[in-house]
Write a protein that binds this ligand. Structure first.
Ligand code: FAD
Length: 466
């Protein structure tokens, strides 16, 4: 049942007039459709929107924006819905859901893809891979294009080809005043700069255009050591990864081996540290790199081999279905001191099977873009760290939250300021400012130009200048 206050908000709204102007579906409180539409990927977060608009076109988006503005409703934007902080939903406000806008056009000649704002990366991968092409995206393909791209985006191809935003060439945006604009390096270039890392602050992106990269078979998969080897393996990894060519991608992780038939039974439930590989060079040249890892210490499990890139992209999807409890914290990490590594050893034992710590590489090609070229400021960070407490059982909520917070606090003195906004809960202005560093004021100026009233504020918010 909706809360009484949600019902009161709704009563005062001319909902039918909006419904008539939309091609897409409008969902109001009550009934199964609403119960489903207000579900949060992160089950720790529960919100009761007044209206959820399933937009089928940029015109629907503009109608929803205008209606919300005219009736003083707060607005949340939802693409793939994977926001850990639940910022794709809003209590008593209007949710602009873009999921029906999921068409993709690939131009293999120009190696470009035009992708509507509600697509998931699984849909993009499927459209581009038959042409031997891929967009730079994340490591779980059920994630949405919208949130991941606007936050910056990193994944298996980042060392080779940069962040997702480094491969964004244009965006169509519905602004707070309901107008449509096309932003690229020449048109609305200030907006285009801000969209590349500034999140959902500037408008609703109804379509993205990406530069695609050539891809075929990659060599990838998991490689685990027992957690007792964390200190020596992480010390090695700290020095090894940055010295590797861009073709070598390996994130470092602490985790628990899932009790799944994908893994041998004798290691189910083992706490591990290890690497997740994606090598994009000549497959025959890969052996020497993995041998270097084996030489540090023999793994208790490895399943690393050549496979279609598409397969690697989907490999982790099953582990993170919607509806689990999530509490995550992120940091940017330049290097790892011995003391930081000792702290990883102390806190790295995950509390539940899906919980994990990942150090995602963001060096290589991502370092060859200057910190003022896009809104993403921390171009000198080597890793984007995520500490993720995850579990289906709500009674474990406090446990996973405490673990993630304690782990993060222990590492905070060793991390750079700020964090990837897509790995943040709602953590306040100070963290957001630190994330954007010297770019923050410029972002405030762009915000003042395109959204002076801070209409789009249900996000990791950049306050307008002035
Ligand atoms: P949503 O919840 O739909 O959107 C999040 C926010 O983005 C919205 O609240 C809104 O402010 C904004 N937004 C979304 N779409 C639009 C739009 N079209 N126009 C304007 N604003 C918009 N990130 C990585 O970079 N790499 C990874 O490998 C990675 N792995 C992940 C794995 C899992 C299992 C999860 C849950 C997340 C992962 N992330 C990763 C983080 C991911 O980038 C964020 O969760 C991101 O918000 C997901 O985008 P979404 O569209 O699904 O989210």
């Amino acid at each position: 049942m909706p809360t009484i206050s949600t019902a009161l908000v709704l009563e005062a709204l001319p909902v039918d007039s909006l419904r008539k102007r939309l091609d897409g579906k409008l969902v109001e409180p009550g009934g199964a459709a609403y119960a489903e539409a207000r579900q949060s990927y992160n089950a720790m977060i529960e919100k009761w929107p007044a209206l959820i608009v399933y937009c089928t076109s940029a015109n629907d988006v503009a109608e929803a924006v205008n209606f919300a503005r005219e009736h003083d409703l707060e607005v949340a934007i939802r693409s793939g819905g994977h926001s850990g902080s639940g910022l794709c939903l809003v209590h008593e406000g209007l949710v602009i859901d873009l999921s029906p806008m999921n068409s993709i056009h690939v131009d293999p000649e120009r190696k470009r893809a035009r992708v509507q704002g509600g697509c998931t990366w699984a849909e993009v991968d499927e459209a581009t891979y038959p042409f031997g092409l891929a967009a730079v995206n994340g490591v779980v393909s059920s994630t949405g294009v919208g949130g991941l791209t606007l936050g910056g985006g990193h994944g298996y191809l980042t060392r080779k080809y940069g962040l997702t935003i480094d491969n964004l060439v244009a965006a169509d945006v519905v602004l707070a005043n309901g107008n449509h604009v096309h932003a690229n390096a020449e048109q609305h270039s200030d907006l285009f700069w801000a969209l590349r890392g500034g999140g959902g602050n500037f408008g609703v992106v109804t379509a993205f255009e990406f530069q695609l990269q050539p891809i075929d078979t990659v060599v990838g998969g998991p490689f685990f050591w027992p957690i007792d080897l964390l200190e020596e393996t992480l010390r090695w990894y700290r020095d090894w990864l940055p010295a590797m060519p861009d073709d070598v991608y390996a994130s470092y992780l602490t985790a628990e081996v899932p009790s799944s038939n994908l893994f041998p039974e004798e290691i189910h439930g083992e706490k591990v540290c290890g690497l997740y590989w994606c090598y994009v060079g000549e497959p025959d040249a890969f052996d020497k790199y993995i041998q270097q890892a084996r030489n540090v210490a023999p793994p208790i499990y490895e399943s690393v081999g050549p496979m279609p890139y598409l397969k690697l992209q989907r490999m982790l999807d099953w582990l993170y279905p919607p509806g689990d409890q999530w509490y995550w914290k992120g940091s940017f990490v330049k290097t790892l001191s011995d003391e930081a590594i000792r702290k990883h050893r102390r806190f790295g034992h995950v509390p539940t099977p899906q919980s994990a710590m990942h150090l995602y590489p963001i060096d290589g090609a991502a370092h060859r873009v200057q910190s003022d070229e896009t809104a993403w400021y921390h171009r000198d960070a080597t890793w984007s760290m995520a500490i993720m407490g995850v579990d289906p059982d709500p009674t474990n909520r406090a446990r996973i939250t405490r673990w993630a917070r304690n782990y993060w606090h222990a590492l905070a003195p060793h991390s750079a300021e700020g964090a990837y906004i897509n790995f943040m809960m709602e953590e306040g202005q100070e963290r957001i400012r630190a994330t954007y560093g010297d770019n923050y004021e410029r972002l405030q100026q762009v915000k003042a130009t395109y959204d002076p009233d801070n209409f789009f504020h249900v996000n990791q918010n950049i306050e307008p200048a002035g």
